[in-house]
Design a protein around this ligand. Structure first.
Ligand SMILES: *Cc1c(COP(=O)(O)O)cnc(C)c1O
Length: 577
């Protein structure tokens, strides 16, 4: 092969042009070019093939390291089963049947959620002439009084985290004073800017933030979590060139992390949180770490079981692997940092652990701020700067915004600031006493009351506000439905099947009623199972309530596409007039 054959084609053409060669020579040269191209192509193909092999062996290596051979095989089995069941669900006969059932369920749901029939006014366009203030006000009263699950009587687990009627009045006053305000214009609304900075500072101090720690306020826990994940992803890209980011979550971590995975294209690895502790399994996390890992996550506590992960262990791992660690204290919010002051047991969870780089804390949960308030805190600006959005060359002017929203409600910040100031540390310590005390009452009833402790089992060792329980002997969802019939709205959980109570201030005064009803319901469910067995029908197959029907089916399906269809239909229903 002549040395020149390695030259790029364009260069070679210039060469031949220079030589002013006759036609025949040109043709030879062209053939030479062709041959060279083929050789180059071969070489290129080899390189591509080797890169391909390298890439896949790397992926395979980290898959095997992360999940082991048996774990990987089991992942494969689950994926194949899910795929095949998906094919089965799409078979002509099956598909129609499934769709009919989904539509029926959704119709039932719509009847429950969307009032209809004669006498129901429905607004589908602007009133051509605006209503009078009295008319609007009267209608607002009616809307507030629509028949609903009685959170006011403490019948709803979680959901309403309020700090009493005086606080609500104060919040409403704060809204009124800052209705038009928008923190995007700090010169126009200097008071809002000041309050926002002070809210962040107060929460930072509650979480033992070190010198140099920073934070922002957001619209809620989900946005706080999204921001922490975005920041971790952007940091890894900017500083380590990570283009296929991954993060490792305890399976009990709030699903907002999975939302972040979907929105920001971060691959999610889930780690089991098994009995008896129900904490994220550290060796599994350690094995899953690879060069693409951008964030480790722990909850303090998690939503399903109210369990605090081993944050100390996670912190050590994060330091060792030089990875950021986010601790989700959205739910723990103003309770977990005050457990020691209220005299309760606690486990370390905050910035005092060296590896903790960010924390989400919902002021709108146990901070009792109005809904639409949360904070995300960072150990230093080296993390926060990666969540900012800055657009220097927009025709609308230089634009900078700290989080997802552009314009934001200053009224909510005022409501949040007012709540924190009015409660004060003593107010929150007092609330912590009541709420954790209420949780412990339910926990010890389940552990110690002979009418409950045979059939219900507390999950792990809850230390904060949530107590979850499952049943080795009964369908726990029947218990949830039985409580539902008595006006209680408890949370249904899955994997494992369980329910939980997230104790809030409105629940505290009715905890004894809740335990009494729980005893009755357990007896009732046992009785009905006994009766069915006596009648020779078997305990299974009884007519099920809504929770049991949904989770009974959902739990047994290898492919959740039916559940996805139902849930999508649910969201659609929310927008029906
Ligand atoms: C409520 C909650 C969140 C999310 O908060 P939203 O304000 O509903 O977006 C996150 N993590 C935990 C543990 C929670 O309980």
């Amino acid at each position: 092969m002549p040395g020149s054959s390695r030259l790029p084609v364009s260069l070679r053409d210039t060469f031949s042009a220079h030589r002013g060669s006759p036609r025949g020579q040109l043709a030879v040269l062209n053939i030479e070019v062709l041959v060279a191209n083929v050789n180059n192509n071969n070489r290129l193909r080899n390189i591509v093939f080797i890169l391909f092999l390298l890439r896949w062996s790397r992926i395979l290596f980290y898959q095997l390291k992360g999940r082991g051979i048996f774990g990987s095989l089991s992942d494969l089995y689950v994926a194949v089963r899910r795929y095949l069941y998906g094919v089965f669900l799409r078979l002509p006969g099956v598909r129609d049947k499934v769709q009919t059932q989904v539509s029926e369920s959704l119709l039932k749901l719509e009847r429950k959620l969307v009032p209809s029939g004669p006498g129901i006014e429905r607004v589908t366009a602007l009133p051509s002439t605006g209503w009078s203030t009295e008319e609007v006000s009267k209608k607002l009263n009616e809307l507030a009084a629509m028949e609903h699950t009685r959170w006011e009587d403490g019948r709803v687990s979680g959901a309403v985290y309020h700090g009493g009627d005086d606080l609500i009045r104060l919040q409403t006053e704060a809204f009124g004073k800052f209705t038009v305000s928008n923190p995007i214009h700090p010169d126009v609304f200097p008071g809002v800017r000041k309050m926002e900075a002070e809210v962040v500072a107060m929460v930072l101090s509650l979480f033992s933030a070190p010198e140099g720690a920073v934070g922002v306020t957001t619209s809620g826990g989900t946005e706080s979590i999204l921001m922490a994940c975005l920041s971790a992803r952007n940091k890894a890209y900017a500083e380590r060139g990570v283009t296929s980011p991954e993060m490792i979550l305890p399976e009990t971590a709030h699903t907002a992390f999975r939302k972040a995975g979907e929105y920001f294209k971060i691959k999610i690895h889930l780690v089991p949180c098994k009995a008896p502790h129900y904490k994220a399994h550290l060796p599994s996390i350690s094995r899953l770490i690879n060069p693409n890992t951008v964030l480790l996550v722990g909850s303090a506590p998690n939503f399903p079981h109210g369990i605090i992960d081993d944050i100390s262990g996670l912190s050590k791992l994060a330091v060792r692997k030089r990875l950021p660690l986010h601790v989700d204290c959205c739910l723990g919010s103003f309770i977990i940092p005050l457990l020691p002051k209220a005299g309760f047991d606690f486990e370390p969870f905050d910035f005092r652990l060296k590896g903790v780089t960010s924390i989400s804390c919902d002021t709108h949960k146990y901070g009792f701020a109005p809904k639409g308030n949360s904070t995300v805190l960072y150990r230093s600006d080296a993390y926060r700067k990666y969540q900012y959005f800055i657009s220097p060359d927009w025709s609308g002017g230089v634009y900078a915004s700290p989080s997802i929203a552009g314009s934001r409600p200053g009224a909510l910040i005022a409501g949040c600031w007012a709540s924190l100031m009015a409660q004060g540390e003593n107010g929150y310590v007092d609330a912590c006493h009541k709420i954790v005390g209420g949780m412990k009452k339910i926990e010890s009833a389940i552990r110690e009351n002979p009418a409950l402790n045979g059939d219900l089992k507390v999950i792990g060792r809850p230390l904060v506000s949530v107590v979850a329980f499952h049943s080795p002997s009964l369908d726990i969802y029947d218990v949830a439905d039985g409580m539902g019939k008595r006006g209680w709205h408890l949370n249904a959980l899955q994997n494992p099947a369980a329910i939980h109570v997230a104790v809030t201030l409105p629940i505290v005064p009715v905890v004894d009623d809740l335990v009494r009803d729980l005893v009755e319901v357990v007896e009732e469910v046992k009785e009905s199972e006994r009766r069915r067995i006596a009648e020779g029908k078997g305990a299974k197959g009884a007519v099920k309530g809504d929770t049991a029907a949904l989770y009974g089916v959902a739990g047994s399906l290898p492919n959740k596409s039916v559940v996805v269809d139902l849930a999508k239909g649910f969201l659609d229903t929310l927008y029906k007039v």
